[in-house]
Design a protein around this ligand. Sequence first.
Ligand SMILES: Cc1cc2nc3c(=O)[nH]c(=O)nc-3n(C[C@H](O)[C@H](O)[C@H](O)COP(=O)(O)OP(=O)(O)OC[C@H]3O[C@@H](n4cnc5c(N)ncnc54)[C@H](O)[C@@H]3O)c2cc1C
Length: 294
Amino acid sequence: MKFSEMYAQSYPILSVELFPPKTEKGWGNLYRRLSHLKGLPLQFVSVTYGAGGSIRDRTLELTQKVRESIGVTSVPHFTLIGAGKEQIRKFLHESIAQGAENIVALRGDIPKNTLDFPIPSDGFQHANELVAFIRNETDALDIGVAGYPEGHTECRDLVTDMENLKRKVDAGATIVITQLFYDNTDFFRFRERAVKTGVTVPIVAGIMPIVKFSQIKRITSMCGASIPKHLYDTLTKYDMDSAEQRMAGIEYAINQARNLLENDVVGLHIYSLNKWRTVTKLLEGVQDLIEQEN
Ligand SMILES: Cc1cc2nc3c(=O)[nH]c(=O)nc-3n(C[C@H](O)[C@H](O)[C@H](O)COP(=O)(O)OP(=O)(O)OC[C@H]3O[C@@H](n4cnc5c(N)ncnc54)[C@H](O)[C@@H]3O)c2cc1C
């Protein structure tokens, strides 16, 4: 189902992000556990586009597997870094041939070693150009783009960052999915600023339960999301990456999700890090609110 139909039907829309593993062992584990997602009330699963090398080619392998084994709408991500028009076209048409009706269109992070990513002369600089290219190329795909409640790391001026988000929507994006955040106030302010700027498409809240705090510290420092002091203090009461810390992290995510749902969020996109139990626990923790809405 296309994003435009999905978000026009009922709220909240629940979705999960998966990533293609780096090792064959990881793929084996992923495929064995994929069926766990089957019983969950998910409207779509999205699959990230790897930072480089052979992983990139495996996004469509995983979207296809998700479609076959869970039977849910499956959405590939694509990043423009290092891609020329022909490569983009190829990815779009392979996605469509496979059954994709949506895509998440991104610039990608600028790699430290640019030798791995030569910039093609017919490539793009920013995601709004990729969105425009996709729109021009096909009507078969609805388009999700990234939004940053705390601002993108390269653009700490929130007004400019929002104008740049609007460029993506004006170019044809159907929904905005936010970067992860741990303070809902950041999301609510972002949503307000978006509406004031004229961003009228659905804004989906991206949340990442803290299962392994050491890993989340790394991720947040890279993507520019902050960890509020009260959450930091709670988590550091426990040993790093202990079961108790994980439970506190999941409890925080449940409360965060409940508060978002109580404040009319149109959808929750769960950055799962391929951890089923966390997704299941989180969804169990908000089940009563979802049933009320539907
Ligand atoms: C929902 C979501 C999914 C993601 N999935 C992936 C993934 O699968 N693979 C991956 O590698 N990364 C992924 N990322 C990370 C993303 O690629 C990075 O955050 C990247 O640094 C920015 O991508 P973007 O699409 O937001 O870029 P852009 O929208 O191009 O923005 C990048 C920066 O440029 C500025 N900018 C934007 N447009 C213009 C313009 N026209 N002129 C001047 N400045 C401009 C923005 O303000 C921002 O600072 C994801 C992020 C999110 C939130």
